[in-house]
Ligand binder design. Structure first.
Ligand SMILES: *Cc1c(COP(=O)(O)O)cnc(C)c1O
Length: 430
């Protein structure tokens, strides 16, 4: 294939030659970064294969079960694979865990009892957890069950406020929740090493305090996971990183056996625990998605690093910046004007394999205090390991985007967003 062939196919997808040339120069500057991402993906791929081999995965594990799901070998072995890969004693990996929020709720409510206190030493947790905990009044919250909550914010420079964490820990403190990814906040994402330091500090105060990590968007970004640095539980969503784009639904909890068991008794029923739950024919997608996850995460990371460098070079503020080390797959770009945020999201949508002809518009979503625009043309509804972007229409007019099942598709999405910004006259000089 020659250069013209590639230019032609990009042209047929609406990408102009100047945008393509600019992208090529940015990409050429990222060779070392991409090589580092590939090296981690190689390590993580081997970690997953080793876990599958050690647990003797076989095609009998792909068979469907129905009804109660007793003796679902495929389900039980998949949970062993997750446990082996994450160096945990046990795991709960289920389509019946409906989302990341649900998995986190099960991990928390399974391990906390009335009179216990929950502590977040890393500031305000992800939006949906506010109602789970009862920070915002909500029917069925942990607060309604007599579980109190305390929070210590990060210091202005993003580091842990050890002094106030020590003060916040008391005889009621049962569980500490640590969110790895910044989510849609502006604080930095935590590295696994930093999480390890925080866990060591907590255990130094009282070793029996349980440390849970919200691992959403973090899996396979590094070569170690929080379970390698002392976390008692890690929790995540299968329509993010570990589902590899193939899992159609689900969540996981991996960690200490007693913690995972308590979560299982909460998910099903006391006395039943992990013994029930039909896998309904989803096992193969969950295995295969986990197998692909390290490569898929690498593609998404390349997209995030590429976008940071493209928009940084054009003078916009990007978070994380173009050269920073990555600890999750989320990229934020601040445009300062609503038209730019809208054009960006419409460009992402126009690059999608599904629903590319749809034009996203801002709308008043329930639970948000300003209109929100969302771009997603995904095979799995709501999947954010697939290329997706969303932005609240309010100052400073930042867009958050993540995912991309392949690097080439993530690249097309970013080129398309830039093309839309050029066509709208917001980005000039092309
Ligand atoms: C996505 C996410 C959640 C919640 O996951 P859902 O699947 O959307 O319910 C929780 N915490 C973090 C950090 C997340 O990124």
């Amino acid at each position: 294939m020659d250069h013209t062939e590639l230019t032609d196919i990009y042209a047929s997808l609406g990408i102009s030659a100047p945008v393509l040339d600019f992208a090529a120069s940015v990409e050429a500057s990222l060779k070392e970064r991409f090589a580092q991402i590939d090296a981690r993906a190689e390590y993580n791929q081997l970690k997953v294969v080793k876990a599958m081999q050690d647990n003797r995965v076989s095609d009998i594990h792909f068979a469907a079960t129905t009804g109660y799901g007793y003796n679902d070998l495929g389900r039980d072995t998949l949970e062993q694979v997750y446990a082996s890969c994450f160096h945990a004693e046990a795991a709960l990996v289920r389509p019946q865990l409906m989302s990341g929020t649900h998995a986190l709720h099960i991990a928390l409510s399974g391990n906390l009892r009335p009179g216990d206190e929950l502590l977040s030493p890393v500031g305000k947790p992800y939006d949906t957890l506010e109602e789970v905990i009862g920070i915002r009044e909500s029917v069925g919250s942990l607060k309604e069950y007599g579980i109190s909550y305390r929070q210590v914010d990060l210091l202005p420079d993003g580091s842990f406020d050890y002094e106030n964490i020590r003060r916040a820990v008391n005889e009621k403190t049962k569980l500490v929740t640590i969110q790895r990814s910044k989510g849609y906040a502006t604080r930095p994402t935590l590295s696994v090493e930093q999480i390890g330091e925080l866990i060591a500090f907590i255990k130094g105060i009282r070793p029996e305090i349980l440390c849970m990590v919200d691992n959403c968007y973090g899996e396979f970004v590094e070569t170690i996971e929080p379970t390698d640095v002392g976390a008692d539980m890690i929790v995540g969503s299968l329509i993010k990183n570990p589902g590899g784009g193939l899992a159609p639904t689900g969540g996981y909890i991996a960690g200490r056996k007693d913690c995972v068991d308590r979560a299982a008794y909460r998910l099903s029923a006391p006395g039943l625990g992990k013994e029930v739950g039909a896998s309904l024919g989803l096992n193969q997608s969950l295995y295969q998605g986990f197998f692909l996850a390290p490569t898929v995460v690498a593609g998404a990371l390349k997209g995030a690093v590429f976008a940071a460098n493209v928009y940084e070079r054009l003078g916009f503020s990007v978070h994380p910046n173009g050269s920073e080390e990555r600890h999750d797959i989320i990229q934020a770009v601040t445009f300062g004007i609503p038209e730019a945020v809208i054009a960006f999201c419409q460009g992402i949508q126009a690059a999608a394999p599904v629903d590319s002809y749809v034009t996203p518009e801002p709308w008043d979503m329930p639970g948000y205090d300003s209109p929100v625009i969302m771009a997603a043309g995904a095979f799995v509804q709501g999947s954010s390991i697939e290329l997706s972007a969303d932005a609240p229409i309010r100052p400073p007019y930042s867009v958050f985007f993540q995912g991309g099942l392949t690097w080439y598709h993530a690249k097309l999405g970013i080129l398309k967003s830039l093309q839309y910004l050029c066509d709208a006259g917001i980005v000039k000089g092309f």
